[in-house]
Design a protein around this ligand. Sequence first.
Ligand code: 5GP
Length: 190
Amino acid sequence: MQLLKEKVLNEGIVLSNQVLKVDSFLNHQMDPVLMKEVGKEFKRLFADQSIDRVLTIESSGIAPGIMTALELEVPLIFARKQKSLTLREDIFVEKVYSFTKQETNEITVSRKFIQPGERVLIVDDFLANGEAAFGLARIVEQAGAEVAGIGIVIEKAFQPGGRLLKEAGYRVESLVRVAALDNGMVTFAE
Ligand code: 5GP
């Protein structure tokens, strides 16, 4: 997605050869015009899928998630992150190791918001090792629902998440794929 590539080039800050900061349009300040285009693009990419709900994870997935859900005219659910949890029967729980915070969180979704047989599109802001996306997919599967696809705004293609998700049989569509973050510079794949 050309508009997103330009935004990453002009405003992305390379924090290390592993981490890209995009707090001017996605992770702190959010660009609603760009997010609207992100929603349209995910709708176009998954046009061949029937989708009942969009699922993301708080907080940075919510902006691309809600715009995608708006385009598809389906509800958005965001998984909540919690440090530790007393056992409850009304929620789905999965453990997810956070790449940026380097800690394990439990992510939860209320059972009432995903029904068996539904087709769920997972959306997230970044893809690194695939921990967040796999955790969300496990929640969908716990519910007896099906993952219709995984839409990622920025995939860091030098990390294994994209490959692992595809090997596990998921369809992954990334709007931009970053090949490297070396010497303070962003290089795109293909
Ligand atoms: P994964 O779970 O695939 O290892 O990492 C993806 C999650 O970590 C995303 O939800 C995102 O919030 C965060 N993340 C991973 N890499 C980056 C990065 O380079 N920049 C930012 N801003 N967030 C990242």
